[in-house]
Design a protein around this ligand. Structure first.
Ligand code: MLC
Ligand code: AMP
Length: 499
Protein backbone atom coordinates (compact mmCIF):
# COMPACT_ATOMS: atom_id res chain seq x y z
CA UNK A 1 0.00 0.00 0.00
CA UNK A 2 1.23 3.49 -0.81
CA UNK A 3 2.46 5.53 2.18
CA UNK A 4 1.44 8.82 0.56
CA UNK A 5 0.00 11.04 3.30
CA UNK A 6 -2.54 12.32 0.80
CA UNK A 7 -4.10 8.84 0.68
CA UNK A 8 -4.38 8.83 4.48
CA UNK A 9 -6.35 12.07 4.29
CA UNK A 10 -8.65 10.87 1.52
CA UNK A 11 -9.31 7.66 3.48
CA UNK A 12 -10.86 9.89 6.18
CA UNK A 13 -13.10 12.07 3.99
CA UNK A 14 -16.53 12.88 5.43
CA UNK A 15 -19.57 10.92 4.26
CA UNK A 16 -21.09 14.13 2.95
CA UNK A 17 -18.73 15.77 0.42
CA UNK A 18 -20.46 19.11 0.99
CA UNK A 19 -18.94 19.28 4.48
CA UNK A 20 -16.88 22.46 4.72
CA UNK A 21 -13.14 21.95 4.97
CA UNK A 22 -11.97 25.59 5.07
CA UNK A 23 -14.09 28.64 5.85
CA UNK A 24 -12.22 31.93 5.59
CA UNK A 25 -12.80 35.07 7.65
CA UNK A 26 -14.94 36.57 4.90
CA UNK A 27 -17.16 33.47 4.76
CA UNK A 28 -15.77 31.84 1.59
CA UNK A 29 -15.93 28.04 1.81
CA UNK A 30 -14.02 25.13 0.32
CA UNK A 31 -15.70 21.77 0.83
CA UNK A 32 -14.05 18.38 1.40
CA UNK A 33 -15.57 17.33 -1.90
CA UNK A 34 -13.68 20.15 -3.66
CA UNK A 35 -10.25 18.96 -2.54
CA UNK A 36 -9.82 16.07 -4.96
CA UNK A 37 -10.58 18.05 -8.14
CA UNK A 38 -9.04 21.38 -7.10
CA UNK A 39 -5.79 19.89 -5.79
CA UNK A 40 -5.89 17.41 -8.70
CA UNK A 41 -5.78 20.27 -11.22
CA UNK A 42 -2.74 21.75 -9.50
CA UNK A 43 -1.12 18.31 -9.44
CA UNK A 44 -1.72 18.07 -13.19
CA UNK A 45 -0.14 21.49 -13.74
CA UNK A 46 2.91 20.55 -11.68
CA UNK A 47 3.28 17.39 -13.78
CA UNK A 48 2.95 19.40 -17.01
CA UNK A 49 5.71 21.71 -15.76
CA UNK A 50 7.99 18.70 -15.37
CA UNK A 51 7.69 18.17 -11.60
CA UNK A 52 8.58 14.56 -10.87
CA UNK A 53 8.21 12.65 -7.61
CA UNK A 54 10.94 13.86 -5.25
CA UNK A 55 11.26 17.28 -6.92
CA UNK A 56 10.94 20.27 -4.61
CA UNK A 57 8.18 22.85 -4.97
CA UNK A 58 8.83 26.04 -2.99
CA UNK A 59 5.98 28.29 -1.90
CA UNK A 60 6.32 31.79 -0.45
CA UNK A 61 2.65 32.64 -0.40
CA UNK A 62 0.09 34.30 1.84
CA UNK A 63 -2.30 32.15 3.81
CA UNK A 64 -5.29 31.14 1.68
CA UNK A 65 -7.33 28.01 0.87
CA UNK A 66 -5.46 27.79 -2.45
CA UNK A 67 -2.17 27.66 -0.55
CA UNK A 68 -3.49 24.64 1.37
CA UNK A 69 -4.58 23.07 -1.92
CA UNK A 70 -1.09 23.65 -3.30
CA UNK A 71 0.36 21.73 -0.34
CA UNK A 72 -2.08 18.88 -0.90
CA UNK A 73 -1.36 18.96 -4.65
CA UNK A 74 2.36 18.57 -3.95
CA UNK A 75 1.70 15.57 -1.70
CA UNK A 76 -0.51 14.11 -4.40
CA UNK A 77 2.21 14.62 -7.03
CA UNK A 78 4.81 12.99 -4.78
CA UNK A 79 6.66 16.32 -4.80
CA UNK A 80 8.44 17.74 -1.75
CA UNK A 81 6.73 20.84 -0.38
CA UNK A 82 8.97 23.67 0.77
CA UNK A 83 7.00 26.40 2.56
CA UNK A 84 8.67 29.77 3.14
CA UNK A 85 7.67 32.67 5.40
CA UNK A 86 6.23 35.53 3.29
CA UNK A 87 8.19 37.91 5.55
CA UNK A 88 11.52 36.68 4.15
CA UNK A 89 13.43 39.12 1.95
CA UNK A 90 14.57 38.29 -1.60
CA UNK A 91 18.12 37.74 -0.22
CA UNK A 92 16.84 35.19 2.28
CA UNK A 93 14.71 33.42 -0.35
CA UNK A 94 17.71 33.29 -2.70
CA UNK A 95 19.56 31.16 -0.17
CA UNK A 96 16.71 28.65 0.20
CA UNK A 97 16.28 28.34 -3.57
CA UNK A 98 20.00 27.83 -4.07
CA UNK A 99 20.12 25.16 -1.38
CA UNK A 100 16.96 23.17 -2.17
CA UNK A 101 16.96 23.68 -5.96
CA UNK A 102 13.20 23.47 -6.39
CA UNK A 103 11.79 22.90 -9.84
CA UNK A 104 8.93 25.33 -9.23
CA UNK A 105 8.59 28.43 -7.05
CA UNK A 106 5.12 29.74 -6.23
CA UNK A 107 5.18 33.26 -4.79
CA UNK A 108 3.01 36.30 -4.22
CA UNK A 109 2.32 38.38 -7.36
CA UNK A 110 3.93 41.39 -5.67
CA UNK A 111 7.33 39.73 -5.19
CA UNK A 112 7.57 37.66 -8.40
CA UNK A 113 9.68 40.26 -10.22
CA UNK A 114 12.07 40.62 -7.27
CA UNK A 115 12.52 36.84 -7.00
CA UNK A 116 12.99 36.05 -10.68
CA UNK A 117 16.75 36.66 -10.66
CA UNK A 118 17.24 34.49 -7.56
CA UNK A 119 15.05 31.78 -9.08
CA UNK A 120 17.00 31.83 -12.35
CA UNK A 121 20.32 31.71 -10.51
CA UNK A 122 19.11 28.65 -8.59
CA UNK A 123 17.93 26.91 -11.76
CA UNK A 124 14.25 27.02 -10.77
CA UNK A 125 12.34 25.99 -13.89
CA UNK A 126 9.12 27.91 -13.35
CA UNK A 127 7.88 30.80 -11.21
CA UNK A 128 4.13 30.83 -10.62
CA UNK A 129 2.12 33.36 -8.64
CA UNK A 130 -0.58 32.97 -6.03
CA UNK A 131 -2.18 35.94 -4.32
CA UNK A 132 -3.93 36.01 -0.95
CA UNK A 133 -7.26 36.11 -2.83
CA UNK A 134 -6.40 32.98 -4.84
CA UNK A 135 -5.62 34.87 -8.05
CA UNK A 136 -2.41 34.46 -10.05
CA UNK A 137 -0.85 32.22 -12.66
CA UNK A 138 -1.12 29.06 -10.51
CA UNK A 139 -4.91 29.32 -10.55
CA UNK A 140 -5.11 30.57 -14.15
CA UNK A 141 -2.91 27.83 -15.57
CA UNK A 142 -4.50 25.01 -13.61
CA UNK A 143 -8.12 26.15 -14.12
CA UNK A 144 -8.95 24.27 -17.32
CA UNK A 145 -6.88 21.15 -16.68
CA UNK A 146 -8.16 17.62 -16.17
CA UNK A 147 -7.69 16.86 -12.45
CA UNK A 148 -5.14 14.17 -11.81
CA UNK A 149 -6.91 11.25 -10.16
CA UNK A 150 -5.12 9.30 -7.46
CA UNK A 151 -1.93 10.18 -5.64
CA UNK A 152 1.53 9.12 -6.76
CA UNK A 153 2.72 6.06 -4.82
CA UNK A 154 5.17 6.87 -2.05
CA UNK A 155 7.27 4.76 0.30
CA UNK A 156 7.23 5.56 4.04
CA UNK A 157 10.74 7.00 3.80
CA UNK A 158 10.05 9.31 0.84
CA UNK A 159 10.12 13.03 1.52
CA UNK A 160 6.88 14.97 1.85
CA UNK A 161 8.34 18.31 2.89
CA UNK A 162 11.49 20.25 3.64
CA UNK A 163 11.27 22.93 6.34
CA UNK A 164 14.21 25.20 6.99
CA UNK A 165 15.52 25.68 10.49
CA UNK A 166 18.85 27.06 11.72
CA UNK A 167 21.49 25.86 14.06
CA UNK A 168 23.78 27.91 16.22
CA UNK A 169 26.30 28.14 13.42
CA UNK A 170 26.06 28.38 9.69
CA UNK A 171 23.07 28.96 7.46
CA UNK A 172 19.59 27.45 7.78
CA UNK A 173 19.32 23.73 7.20
CA UNK A 174 16.46 22.01 5.41
CA UNK A 175 14.85 19.37 7.66
CA UNK A 176 13.78 16.45 5.45
CA UNK A 177 10.39 15.23 6.65
CA UNK A 178 8.93 11.99 5.34
CA UNK A 179 5.38 10.84 4.67
CA UNK A 180 5.72 8.37 7.57
CA UNK A 181 6.98 11.11 9.94
CA UNK A 182 3.91 13.21 9.26
CA UNK A 183 1.43 10.34 9.28
CA UNK A 184 2.65 8.91 12.60
CA UNK A 185 2.56 12.31 14.30
CA UNK A 186 -0.87 13.24 12.92
CA UNK A 187 -2.42 9.92 13.96
CA UNK A 188 -0.92 10.17 17.46
CA UNK A 189 -2.16 13.74 17.99
CA UNK A 190 -5.58 12.97 16.61
CA UNK A 191 -5.88 10.16 19.13
CA UNK A 192 -4.44 11.77 22.28
CA UNK A 193 -6.34 15.02 21.83
CA UNK A 194 -9.58 13.07 21.49
CA UNK A 195 -10.75 14.49 18.17
CA UNK A 196 -14.40 13.67 17.67
CA UNK A 197 -17.35 14.20 15.34
CA UNK A 198 -18.41 17.81 15.12
CA UNK A 199 -15.06 19.28 16.17
CA UNK A 200 -14.40 22.67 14.54
CA UNK A 201 -10.83 23.98 14.48
CA UNK A 202 -10.08 27.67 14.94
CA UNK A 203 -6.98 28.27 12.81
CA UNK A 204 -5.22 31.64 13.09
CA UNK A 205 -1.63 30.38 12.67
CA UNK A 206 0.61 30.90 9.66
CA UNK A 207 0.90 27.87 7.37
CA UNK A 208 4.61 27.85 6.66
CA UNK A 209 5.55 26.04 9.91
CA UNK A 210 5.03 22.70 11.57
CA UNK A 211 2.42 24.19 13.91
CA UNK A 212 -0.08 25.72 11.48
CA UNK A 213 0.60 23.47 8.50
CA UNK A 214 1.07 20.03 10.01
CA UNK A 215 -0.18 19.88 13.60
CA UNK A 216 -3.33 21.91 13.03
CA UNK A 217 -4.35 21.03 9.48
CA UNK A 218 -3.45 17.34 9.69
CA UNK A 219 -5.59 16.81 12.78
CA UNK A 220 -8.52 18.53 11.07
CA UNK A 221 -8.06 16.53 7.87
CA UNK A 222 -7.91 13.23 9.75
CA UNK A 223 -11.10 14.18 11.53
CA UNK A 224 -12.91 15.59 8.45
CA UNK A 225 -13.40 18.71 10.58
CA UNK A 226 -14.34 22.18 9.47
CA UNK A 227 -11.53 24.70 9.88
CA UNK A 228 -12.34 28.35 10.59
CA UNK A 229 -9.40 29.62 8.62
CA UNK A 230 -8.39 33.16 9.62
CA UNK A 231 -5.76 34.90 7.48
CA UNK A 232 -3.78 35.87 10.59
CA UNK A 233 -4.08 36.12 14.35
CA UNK A 234 -6.13 39.11 15.33
CA UNK A 235 -7.73 38.96 18.78
CA UNK A 236 -11.06 40.59 17.77
CA UNK A 237 -11.51 38.17 14.87
CA UNK A 238 -10.72 35.18 17.09
CA UNK A 239 -13.18 36.34 19.74
CA UNK A 240 -15.82 36.55 17.02
CA UNK A 241 -15.44 32.95 15.84
CA UNK A 242 -14.74 31.30 19.22
CA UNK A 243 -18.44 30.53 19.85
CA UNK A 244 -18.49 28.38 16.68
CA UNK A 245 -15.24 26.54 17.47
CA UNK A 246 -14.36 23.55 19.63
CA UNK A 247 -10.55 23.37 19.31
CA UNK A 248 -7.97 26.11 18.95
CA UNK A 249 -4.20 25.93 18.53
CA UNK A 250 -1.85 28.83 19.04
CA UNK A 251 1.51 30.12 20.16
CA UNK A 252 1.67 31.62 23.68
CA UNK A 253 1.36 35.19 22.33
CA UNK A 254 -2.15 34.31 21.07
CA UNK A 255 -3.21 33.35 24.59
CA UNK A 256 -1.54 36.33 26.25
CA UNK A 257 -3.42 38.64 23.90
CA UNK A 258 -6.73 36.79 24.31
CA UNK A 259 -6.40 36.80 28.11
CA UNK A 260 -6.08 40.59 27.89
CA UNK A 261 -9.14 40.96 25.64
CA UNK A 262 -12.28 42.23 27.39
CA UNK A 263 -14.48 39.94 25.25
CA UNK A 264 -13.03 36.66 26.60
CA UNK A 265 -15.54 35.05 28.97
CA UNK A 266 -16.50 31.48 29.93
CA UNK A 267 -19.81 32.02 28.09
CA UNK A 268 -17.97 32.91 24.88
CA UNK A 269 -16.02 29.65 25.20
CA UNK A 270 -19.08 27.50 25.99
CA UNK A 271 -18.63 25.47 22.81
CA UNK A 272 -14.86 25.09 23.19
CA UNK A 273 -13.39 21.83 24.45
CA UNK A 274 -9.67 22.38 23.95
CA UNK A 275 -7.14 25.23 23.75
CA UNK A 276 -3.67 23.99 22.77
CA UNK A 277 -0.43 25.98 23.02
CA UNK A 278 3.04 25.31 21.70
CA UNK A 279 6.12 26.50 19.77
CA UNK A 280 7.44 28.45 22.76
CA UNK A 281 7.13 28.22 26.54
CA UNK A 282 3.71 29.19 27.83
CA UNK A 283 4.23 31.45 30.84
CA UNK A 284 2.56 30.29 34.06
CA UNK A 285 1.09 33.79 34.32
CA UNK A 286 -0.64 33.48 30.93
CA UNK A 287 -1.84 29.97 31.82
CA UNK A 288 -3.48 31.28 35.00
CA UNK A 289 -4.85 34.51 33.49
CA UNK A 290 -6.38 32.56 30.60
CA UNK A 291 -7.97 30.04 32.95
CA UNK A 292 -9.43 32.83 35.04
CA UNK A 293 -10.93 34.60 32.04
CA UNK A 294 -12.13 31.61 30.00
CA UNK A 295 -12.57 28.75 32.48
CA UNK A 296 -10.18 26.62 30.38
CA UNK A 297 -6.80 25.16 31.31
CA UNK A 298 -4.62 25.46 28.21
CA UNK A 299 -3.07 22.17 27.10
CA UNK A 300 0.61 22.78 26.40
CA UNK A 301 2.57 20.55 24.07
CA UNK A 302 6.16 20.58 22.84
CA UNK A 303 7.78 19.85 19.52
CA UNK A 304 10.12 21.05 16.84
CA UNK A 305 10.55 21.15 13.08
CA UNK A 306 12.82 18.10 12.95
CA UNK A 307 10.49 15.91 14.98
CA UNK A 308 6.98 17.26 14.83
CA UNK A 309 5.34 16.91 18.21
CA UNK A 310 7.26 15.17 20.99
CA UNK A 311 5.25 15.55 24.20
CA UNK A 312 1.86 16.79 25.28
CA UNK A 313 -0.01 17.48 28.48
CA UNK A 314 -2.86 15.01 28.87
CA UNK A 315 -6.37 15.63 27.59
CA UNK A 316 -7.92 14.00 30.65
CA UNK A 317 -5.17 14.05 33.29
CA UNK A 318 -3.69 17.10 34.94
CA UNK A 319 -2.55 19.94 32.69
CA UNK A 320 0.25 21.64 34.54
CA UNK A 321 1.73 25.02 33.68
CA UNK A 322 5.45 24.99 32.87
CA UNK A 323 5.40 21.33 31.87
CA UNK A 324 4.89 19.82 28.44
CA UNK A 325 3.44 16.54 29.63
CA UNK A 326 4.22 13.06 28.42
CA UNK A 327 5.94 11.71 25.30
CA UNK A 328 3.56 10.93 22.44
CA UNK A 329 2.76 7.25 21.76
CA UNK A 330 5.78 5.70 20.03
CA UNK A 331 8.13 8.52 21.10
CA UNK A 332 10.85 7.90 23.70
CA UNK A 333 12.78 10.60 25.55
CA UNK A 334 15.93 10.66 27.67
CA UNK A 335 18.36 13.19 29.10
CA UNK A 336 22.03 13.48 28.15
CA UNK A 337 24.67 15.09 30.37
CA UNK A 338 22.26 15.23 33.28
CA UNK A 339 23.25 17.58 36.06
CA UNK A 340 20.94 18.33 39.00
CA UNK A 341 18.06 16.61 37.23
CA UNK A 342 18.40 18.70 34.06
CA UNK A 343 20.00 17.56 30.82
CA UNK A 344 19.75 17.89 27.06
CA UNK A 345 16.63 16.16 25.81
CA UNK A 346 17.17 13.43 23.23
CA UNK A 347 14.39 11.62 21.47
CA UNK A 348 13.67 8.70 19.21
CA UNK A 349 10.51 7.65 17.40
CA UNK A 350 8.73 7.42 14.04
CA UNK A 351 8.35 11.22 14.00
CA UNK A 352 12.09 11.95 13.81
CA UNK A 353 13.13 13.46 10.47
CA UNK A 354 15.46 11.89 7.95
CA UNK A 355 18.28 14.44 8.18
CA UNK A 356 19.24 17.83 6.77
CA UNK A 357 19.04 18.33 3.03
CA UNK A 358 22.52 18.06 1.53
CA UNK A 359 24.17 18.40 4.96
CA UNK A 360 25.21 14.98 6.17
CA UNK A 361 27.75 16.44 8.57
CA UNK A 362 25.13 18.58 10.34
CA UNK A 363 22.83 15.58 10.46
CA UNK A 364 25.50 13.45 12.13
CA UNK A 365 26.23 16.16 14.70
CA UNK A 366 22.58 16.26 15.75
CA UNK A 367 22.26 12.52 16.43
CA UNK A 368 23.84 10.61 19.31
CA UNK A 369 26.08 7.65 18.42
CA UNK A 370 23.13 5.30 19.07
CA UNK A 371 20.81 7.25 16.79
CA UNK A 372 18.75 9.46 19.12
CA UNK A 373 18.00 12.99 17.95
CA UNK A 374 19.59 15.70 20.12
CA UNK A 375 16.94 18.42 20.51
CA UNK A 376 19.24 21.03 22.06
CA UNK A 377 16.56 21.81 24.64
CA UNK A 378 17.27 21.53 28.37
CA UNK A 379 14.70 19.43 30.16
CA UNK A 380 13.80 17.56 33.34
CA UNK A 381 11.86 14.28 33.39
CA UNK A 382 9.75 13.61 36.49
CA UNK A 383 9.40 10.22 38.18
CA UNK A 384 6.03 9.83 36.43
CA UNK A 385 7.62 10.54 33.04
CA UNK A 386 6.33 14.10 32.78
CA UNK A 387 8.68 16.37 30.80
CA UNK A 388 9.45 19.99 31.69
CA UNK A 389 11.47 22.20 29.37
CA UNK A 390 13.97 24.03 31.54
CA UNK A 391 15.66 26.18 28.91
CA UNK A 392 17.56 26.05 25.67
CA UNK A 393 21.02 24.64 25.20
CA UNK A 394 21.06 26.24 21.74
CA UNK A 395 21.51 29.95 21.13
CA UNK A 396 18.06 30.66 19.75
CA UNK A 397 15.43 33.30 20.45
CA UNK A 398 11.70 32.57 20.11
CA UNK A 399 9.78 35.76 19.44
CA UNK A 400 6.02 35.39 19.13
CA UNK A 401 6.54 31.73 18.19
CA UNK A 402 9.05 32.58 15.43
CA UNK A 403 12.62 31.42 15.79
CA UNK A 404 15.44 33.89 15.41
CA UNK A 405 19.08 32.83 15.32
CA UNK A 406 21.37 35.40 16.93
CA UNK A 407 24.34 34.49 14.73
CA UNK A 408 22.47 35.49 11.59
CA UNK A 409 21.63 38.93 13.01
CA UNK A 410 25.09 39.41 14.52
CA UNK A 411 26.73 38.68 11.16
CA UNK A 412 24.63 41.38 9.51
CA UNK A 413 25.18 43.93 12.29
CA UNK A 414 28.93 43.27 12.33
CA UNK A 415 29.00 44.08 8.62
CA UNK A 416 27.60 47.60 9.18
CA UNK A 417 29.93 50.61 9.06
CA UNK A 418 30.76 51.86 12.52
CA UNK A 419 30.24 48.52 14.29
CA UNK A 420 33.11 46.71 15.95
CA UNK A 421 31.13 43.74 17.23
CA UNK A 422 27.71 42.75 18.48
CA UNK A 423 25.79 40.21 20.52
CA UNK A 424 22.13 39.47 19.92
CA UNK A 425 20.05 38.18 22.81
CA UNK A 426 16.43 37.41 23.67
CA UNK A 427 14.97 39.57 26.45
CA UNK A 428 11.70 38.75 28.21
CA UNK A 429 8.84 40.55 26.49
CA UNK A 430 5.30 40.52 27.89
CA UNK A 431 3.65 40.02 24.48
CA UNK A 432 6.20 38.16 22.35
CA UNK A 433 7.73 36.01 25.11
CA UNK A 434 11.19 37.09 24.02
CA UNK A 435 12.20 40.13 22.00
CA UNK A 436 15.26 40.30 19.77
CA UNK A 437 17.71 42.75 21.34
CA UNK A 438 21.11 43.77 20.02
CA UNK A 439 24.06 44.85 22.13
CA UNK A 440 26.62 46.65 19.99
CA UNK A 441 30.16 47.86 20.47
CA UNK A 442 30.70 50.81 18.12
CA UNK A 443 34.02 51.62 16.46
CA UNK A 444 33.95 54.99 18.15
CA UNK A 445 31.50 56.90 20.28
CA UNK A 446 28.57 58.00 18.13
CA UNK A 447 29.84 56.07 15.07
CA UNK A 448 26.43 54.44 14.73
CA UNK A 449 22.99 54.87 16.30
CA UNK A 450 20.13 52.55 17.22
CA UNK A 451 18.16 53.81 14.26
CA UNK A 452 21.01 53.35 11.77
CA UNK A 453 21.56 49.75 12.94
CA UNK A 454 17.89 48.95 12.24
CA UNK A 455 17.95 50.82 8.94
CA UNK A 456 21.11 48.95 7.96
CA UNK A 457 19.32 45.61 8.45
CA UNK A 458 16.21 46.65 6.53
CA UNK A 459 15.79 44.59 3.36
CA UNK A 460 18.50 42.13 4.44
CA UNK A 461 16.52 40.37 7.16
CA UNK A 462 12.81 39.63 7.54
CA UNK A 463 11.24 42.39 9.69
CA UNK A 464 10.43 40.09 12.60
CA UNK A 465 14.19 39.53 13.06
CA UNK A 466 15.03 43.24 13.32
CA UNK A 467 15.99 44.06 16.94
CA UNK A 468 13.24 45.73 18.95
CA UNK A 469 16.02 47.59 20.82
CA UNK A 470 19.73 48.22 20.23
CA UNK A 471 22.03 49.05 23.14
CA UNK A 472 25.58 50.31 22.95
CA UNK A 473 28.26 49.26 25.42
CA UNK A 474 32.04 49.70 25.55
CA UNK A 475 32.97 46.04 25.57
CA UNK A 476 31.19 42.68 25.38
CA UNK A 477 31.65 40.58 28.54
CA UNK A 478 33.71 37.47 27.75
CA UNK A 479 34.87 34.45 29.72
CA UNK A 480 38.44 33.19 29.90
CA UNK A 481 37.94 31.33 26.61
CA UNK A 482 36.87 34.56 24.90
CA UNK A 483 33.22 33.47 24.61
CA UNK A 484 30.67 36.27 24.92
CA UNK A 485 28.75 35.93 28.20
CA UNK A 486 25.23 36.35 26.91
CA UNK A 487 23.71 35.45 30.26
CA UNK A 488 25.32 38.56 31.74
CA UNK A 489 23.90 40.70 28.96
CA UNK A 490 20.44 39.18 29.37
CA UNK A 491 20.59 40.02 33.07
CA UNK A 492 21.78 43.56 32.48
CA UNK A 493 18.99 44.38 30.01
CA UNK A 494 16.33 42.15 31.58
CA UNK A 495 13.89 44.97 32.38
CA UNK A 496 13.94 46.56 28.94
CA UNK A 497 10.42 45.58 27.93
CA UNK A 498 8.74 45.57 31.35
CA UNK A 499 7.25 42.71 33.35
C1 MLC B 1 5.34 40.08 13.51
N1 MLC B 1 6.30 40.94 13.91
C2 MLC B 1 7.05 40.33 14.83
C3 MLC B 1 6.50 39.03 14.96
N2 MLC B 1 5.44 38.91 14.14
N3 MLC B 1 8.12 40.73 15.52
C4 MLC B 1 8.68 39.86 16.36
N4 MLC B 1 8.21 38.60 16.55
C5 MLC B 1 7.13 38.17 15.86
N5 MLC B 1 6.67 36.91 16.01
C6 MLC B 1 6.54 42.33 13.50
C7 MLC B 1 6.36 42.57 12.02
O1 MLC B 1 7.56 42.36 11.33
C8 MLC B 1 5.96 44.03 12.03
O2 MLC B 1 7.11 44.80 12.23
C9 MLC B 1 5.11 44.14 13.27
O3 MLC B 1 5.54 43.10 14.14
C10 MLC B 1 3.62 44.02 13.01
O4 MLC B 1 3.38 42.83 12.22
P1 MLC B 1 2.04 41.96 12.37
O5 MLC B 1 2.07 40.91 11.35
O6 MLC B 1 0.88 42.90 12.46
O7 MLC B 1 2.31 41.30 13.79
P2 MLC B 1 1.34 40.49 14.67
O8 MLC B 1 0.05 40.27 13.97
O9 MLC B 1 1.32 41.15 15.99
O10 MLC B 1 2.11 39.08 14.77
C11 MLC B 1 2.50 38.49 15.94
C12 MLC B 1 2.07 37.02 15.95
C13 MLC B 1 2.67 36.32 14.71
C14 MLC B 1 2.58 36.42 17.24
C15 MLC B 1 0.55 36.94 15.91
O11 MLC B 1 4.07 36.50 14.67
C16 MLC B 1 2.33 34.86 14.65
O12 MLC B 1 1.26 34.48 14.17
N6 MLC B 1 3.23 33.99 15.17
C17 MLC B 1 3.06 32.55 15.12
C18 MLC B 1 4.31 31.91 14.62
C19 MLC B 1 4.16 30.38 14.47
O13 MLC B 1 3.21 29.87 13.93
N7 MLC B 1 5.13 29.62 14.98
C20 MLC B 1 5.11 28.18 14.93
C21 MLC B 1 6.50 27.66 14.62
S1 MLC B 1 6.50 25.88 14.57
P3 MLC B 1 7.44 46.15 11.46
O14 MLC B 1 8.80 46.49 11.95
O15 MLC B 1 7.42 45.79 10.00
O16 MLC B 1 6.37 47.10 11.86
C22 MLC B 1 7.45 25.43 15.87
C23 MLC B 1 7.36 24.00 16.29
C24 MLC B 1 6.30 23.82 17.31
O17 MLC B 1 8.05 26.23 16.51
O18 MLC B 1 6.56 23.27 18.38
O19 MLC B 1 5.20 24.26 17.02
P1 AMP C 1 11.39 25.10 15.61
O1 AMP C 1 12.83 24.98 15.33
O2 AMP C 1 10.76 26.30 15.00
O3 AMP C 1 10.69 23.88 15.28
O4 AMP C 1 11.27 25.36 17.17
C1 AMP C 1 11.36 24.31 18.06
C2 AMP C 1 11.76 24.81 19.41
O5 AMP C 1 10.67 25.53 20.01
C3 AMP C 1 12.02 23.69 20.37
O6 AMP C 1 13.31 23.13 20.20
C4 AMP C 1 11.85 24.38 21.70
O7 AMP C 1 13.01 25.11 22.04
C5 AMP C 1 10.73 25.37 21.40
N1 AMP C 1 9.41 24.89 21.89
C6 AMP C 1 8.39 24.36 21.19
N2 AMP C 1 7.34 24.09 22.00
C7 AMP C 1 7.71 24.46 23.24
C8 AMP C 1 7.10 24.44 24.53
N3 AMP C 1 5.86 24.03 24.70
N4 AMP C 1 7.82 24.86 25.60
C9 AMP C 1 9.09 25.31 25.44
N5 AMP C 1 9.71 25.38 24.26
C10 AMP C 1 9.04 24.96 23.17
Amino acid sequence: MSANLYDLFTSRLPADPRTTFLETGDGAKLSYGDIEASAGRMTRLLGDLGVKPGDRVAAQVDKSPQAVLLYLACLKAGAVYLPLNPAYTADEIGYFLGDAEPRVLVCGPGVAAALTAAAEAAGVGHVLTLGADGSGSLSEQSAGLEPRAGAVERETDDLAAILYTSGTTGRPKGAMITHANLASNALALHRIWGWRDGDVLLHALPIFHVHGLFVALHCALLNASTVLFLARFEADAVIEVLPRSTVMMGVPTFYTRLAGHPGLTPELCANMRLFISGSAPLGAETFRAFEERSGHRILERYGMTETGMIASNPLNGERLPSTVGFPLPGVRVRLAGEDGGIGILEITGPNVFKGYWGKEENTNEDFSPDGWFITGDLAAIGGDGRVSIAGRGKDMIISGGLNVYPKEIENQIDGLDGVRESAVIGIHHPDLGEAVTAVVVADAMGAISERSVCQGLDGKLARFKIPKRVFFIDELPRNAMGKVQKAQLRERFADTFGE
